[in-house]
Design a protein around this ligand. Structure first.
Ligand code: PMP
Ligand code: GLU
Length: 396
């Protein structure tokens, strides 16, 4: 049967594919040390699960308004004002089936075929795929480890053409963990206003920030910036709720209206029960985030200390999220355990999985050849064993 050109040119999500490969090996009895998927290992906090149970008991098991229940829209606006001092109204909120869906909504609602969307590299795997899916063109702007993987205002300005529709920004970043300094963000914001470019600011890791780093929402640089900003966020990462599939956009009212129409035709509402759980996540005790963050900080510090002690690896310290992103290219061309020699990060990951049973994701998928991503959203025993195995692999 025919399948469309548009979908045929899509590669499967590399993060999801890497996790599936690790799972397959594990099903054959291999003890795989898994660092692929960016998803918190913690279970969703009890008070949030209780709110979902209460919602079911109260009969909230039907369709909701297509773009989400008023209580969740109100909770999102209140949380944004509490955290960032910026007011949004419920008409500017659309609740979707996870942040990934929210990003697709934004691109489909805002881009014409042939429009250019600027994406700083390294970028999350799905960004370029989602841009291409709406017929727009990803324009990749390379950042470097030396610059902390942050795009400068000059790089942004130089990438703008008369076809540029949007910049996709992700701070803290998946895969690098880079947190843009406030002045760097402000400089980007000035260019966005001057050139009238829409900025999709994916702030899904905004609550997972490490000691010494500061998060600033892109919408907080004044009305002119806010008018050009679309915030994407959700409960997946901060509240360990990946499976509940709740994300959202905060956007100028006309964009929200366009997204609302699209969603009403495409998916209708996100899961009713998950929406009630998300209300509790945002309105309830926020201490659960800090409790998880203590563990993430400990794991981050441990992982960075171990990587620093291994031969030939380089990286920029992550300021947020839960990824270590490091360059392994100094190991290309030399004989690795198993007698293999590799010359790219994808083959490095394959060799590491086969001969050390450690599963990472190749940087090639993030537009960063030579790098690999390790998600430390897993327990310390796995992290310790995984780093022992990686070290042995690199030093044998
Ligand atoms: N943006 C980034 C940068 C992510 O890493 C993820 C992780 N999946 C998402 C969006 C999507 O989140 P969700 O699981 O809510 O769709
Ligand atoms: N965002 C996570 C990751 O990068 C989840 C998987 C995905 O949706 O790509 O691993």
């Amino acid at each position: 049967m025919h399948t469309s050109k548009l979908v045929n040119q899509l590669a499967p999500s590399a993060t999801i594919a890497a996790a599936a490969k690790a799972r397959e090996l594990r099903s054959k009895g291999v003890n795989v040390l898994e660092f692929t998927l960016g998803e918190p290992d913690f279970t969703t906090p009890v008070h949030i699960c209780d709110a979902a149970k209460a919602a079911m008991d109260a009969g909230h098991t039907h369709y909701t308004p297509a773009t989400g229940i008023p209580a969740l829209k109100a909770a999102i606006c209140a949380a944004f004002e509490r955290d960032h001092g910026v007011k949004y109204t419920p008409a500017e909120v659309t609740i979707s089936n996870g942040a990934k869906h929210a990003i697709h909504n934004v691109l489909a609602a805002c881009c014409e075929p042939g429009d250019e969307v600027i994406i700083p590299t390294p970028y999350w795997v799905s960004y370029s795929a989602l841009v291409e899916l709406v017929g727009a063109i990803p324009v990749l702007v390379d950042t470097t480890e030396e610059s902390g993987f942050c795009m400068t205002a000059d790089q942004f300005r130089n990438a703008i053409t008369d076809k540029t529709r949007m910049l996709m920004l992700n701070s803290p970043s998946n895969p690098t963990g880079a947190v843009y300094p406030v002045d760097a963000l402000e400089a980007l914001a000035k260019v966005a206003v001057e050139k009238d470019i829409t900025v999709l600011s994916d702030e899904i890791y905004g609550k997972l920030i490490y000691e010494g780093y500061t998060f600033r929402s892109f919408a907080s640089f004044g009305d002119e910036v806010k008018a050009r900003t679309i915030i994407v966020d959700g409960v997946s990462k901060a509240y360990a709720m990946t499976g509940w599939r709740i994300g959202w956009t905060l956007a100028p009212a006309n964009v929200s209206k366009a997204i609302d129409t699209l969603q009403s035709q495409e998916t209708s509402n996100p899961c009713s029960i998950s929406q009630y759980a998300a209300v509790e996540a945002l309105n309830g005790d926020q201490n659960c985030i800090n409790e998880m963050l203590v563990h993430f900080q400990e794991r981050r510090d441990y992982v960075l200390g171990r990587l620093r002690a291994m031969p030939g690896l380089t990286f920029a310290d992550p300021g947020g999220a839960f990824y270590a992103f490091f360059n392994v290219s100094s190991h290309f061309g030399r004989e690795l355990p198993g007698g293999v020699t590799v010359d790219n990060a994808s083959d490095f990951c394959t060799a590491l999985l086969e001969h050390a049973h450690v599963a990472l994701v190749t940087g090639d998928a993030f537009g960063a050849p030579g790098y690999v991503r390790l998600s430390f959203a897993t327990d310390m025993d796995t992290i310790t064993a995984g780093l022992d195995a990686l070290e042995k692999f690199l030093t044998t």
